[in-house]
Design a protein around this ligand. Structure first.
Ligand SMILES: *Cc1c(COP(=O)(O)O)cnc(C)c1O
Length: 509
């Protein structure tokens, strides 16, 4: 079973195709839909050219404004990554330096998040493929810890749950389903698109393995109030004796808050925060394929989840879901830490925030949108049409795609499903020039959108000449009687709304 769905672009139904360049090298046709392993080999040049050409039709990653995931790194780092492309990260004894580099990254991140480790101690954490794997591991640790405690108390341990906001990323729902944990979601409400800590704490019961808070909601970039959550939960724990912990999903915000909002308390400074995940491939500024999870203390990661392997050499503890993987991303993460330092990260995040501000203002100036994202948070702009028509957002997204931009439109989760928003994530490589270009394309797209959606059908005015004795009656449908001589037809322009969109700041939409 193939699980991915590919958009069919209405190709003609030929099962063979001879690409132009490749015909220099091969004479035989190449199967268009290569679902069967070809019988014969072809030359490396031809294979390269064929695949290269086909991939030209993928969108350009740099114009993909939907994703938080890094699409640009310095050439020096690209070079390092290529040099490490044949290193399996799992072979820790064979590549001890790479292992050491991952350990340095874990320690750097744990200290960035204010883990209570002194200078000589090493932090507890691992590199993963992304935040999803990191969250699975953190969730498993909470589940196992909770079960162990319940067992020791002689209480049932078969119905664990987690409390989150309805705005959680899909990986939490995956965790819940794959690892049989009930997910209890705090619903959102109009104007409040993140988890309400008061409601979350109300939902906590003795089977809650953790409350998962998000630093940088996927939908709107907003930071949840984790300090308030910590305070309320501390009170509840005191009353009930439950010790319910907090996990912070800092997938997108973990590399933003420490640099832009150092005073904000969201991390291990809060006593109930026991583990934190962050995506190295989002604002950690590395290409797709790296995430991190760190625990507050050794005690927060049950020993029985750690496997010890020795068949590659010395004893190596491991706690990951998969075994083999590339080393390049981990090396690239270390490159960014070494190269940028605190100063560099701060500058990049400041730049992104400034670009987001310019983008937000530009969008507001069109007069068509309400801004849904907050100024504090992940540098993204989530916006919705002022006008209630839900389909406008999807249509705008479609028109922008023609320019090459990918901007997703989506409906918000329960109970604000009636809201449709568009979201532009500002990454390091979405600079000011691109923001300006994007805004000008939005304006063009809007005028197109309104000319199609709003303008009345063209009105045709007839100038008629009456013959002697005739009256200017019609057939009741506005069509002149056949014997009337039509002298002139004037068609009113359909696109009369275009000029309104450009200049006005209010009221057009
Ligand atoms: C992106 C994201 C995830 C998933 O992270 P991956 O690194 O893509 O696996 C989880 N939670 C939040 C809040 C995210 O933004």
């Amino acid at each position: 079973m193939v699980l991915t769905v590919v958009q069919q672009l209405g190709e003609e139904d030929s099962s063979f195709v001879s690409p132009v360049f490749a015909s220099r090298y091969v004479q035989d046709p190449v199967p268009r839909h290569a679902y069967v392993l070809p019988e014969k080999s072809i030359s490396k040049d031809a294979a390269y050219q064929i695949i290269h050409d086909e991939l030209l039709l993928d969108s350009s990653p740099r114009l993909n404004l939907a994703s938080f995931v890094t699409t640009w790194m310095e050439p020096e780092c690209d070079k390092l990554m290529l040099e490490a492309i044949n290193k399996n990260y799992a072979d820790m004894d064979e590549y001890p330096v790479t292992t050491e580099i991952q350990n340095r990254c874990v320690n750097i991140i744990a200290r960035l998040f204010n883990a209570p480790v002194n200078e000589k101690e090493t932090a507890v954490g691992v590199g993963t493929v992304g935040s999803s794997e990191a969250i699975m591991l953190a969730g498993l640790a909470f589940k196992r810890k909770w079960q162990n405690k319940r067992k020791s108390q002689g209480k049932p341990y078969d119905k664990p749950n987690i409390v989150t906001g309805a705005n959680v990323q899909v990986c939490w729902e995956k965790f819940a389903r794959y690892f049989e944990v009930e997910i209890k979601e705090v619903k959102l409400r109009d104007g409040f698109y993140v988890m309400d800590p008061v409601k979350a704490v109300e939902m906590v019961d003795e089977c809650t393995i953790c409350v998962a808070a998000i630093l940088g909601s996927t939908l709107t970039g907003e930071f949840e109030d984790i300090k308030l959550l910590n305070d309320l939960l501390t009170q509840k724990n005191k009353r009930t004796g439950w010790e319910t912990p907090i996990h912070v999903d800092a997938a997108s915000g973990g590399f933003i808050a420490p640099f832009l909002y150092p005073e904000l308390e969201w991390d291990f400074r809060l006593p109930l925060v026991k583990s934190i995940n962050v995506s190295g491939h989002k604002y950690g500024l590395v290409y797709a394929g790296v995430g991190w999870v760190v625990w507050r203390n050794k005690e927060d990661l049950p020993e029985e989840l750690i496997f010890h392997i020795n068949y590659l050499g010395a004893d190596q503890p491991t706690f990951t879901l998969n075994f083999s993987k590339g080393s390049s991303q981990i090396i690239a993460q270390y490159y960014q830490f070494l190269r940028l330092g605190q100063e560099g990260y701060k500058n990049v995040m400041k730049n992104c925030t400034e670009s987001a501000r310019i983008l937000r203002e530009g969008l507001m100036q069109t007069g068509c949108f309400d801004i849904v994202s907050k100024e504090t948070g992940v540098p993204l702009v989530a916006f919705s049409f002022r006008e209630g028509n839900k389909s406008l957002a999807f249509k705008l997204s479609k028109i922008l795609r023609r320019f090459g931009w990918i901007v997703p439109a989506y409906t918000l989760p329960a109970d604000v499903e009636h809201m449709t928003v568009l979201r532009v994530v500002v990454r390091e490589d979405f600079g000011r020039t691109m923001v300006d270009k994007f805004l000008s394309h939005v304006k063009v797209a809007l005028s197109e959108l309104y000319s199609v959606v709003e303008a009345p059908l063209p009105t045709i005015r007839y100038t008629i000449e009456l013959r002697p004795g005739e009256t200017a009656e019609d057939d009741g449908c506005g069509v002149p009687l056949p014997e009337v001589v039509v002298l002139k037809q004037e068609v009113e322009p359909v696109n009369k709304h275009i000029h309104l969109v450009g200049g006005k700041t209010k009221g057009v939409c």
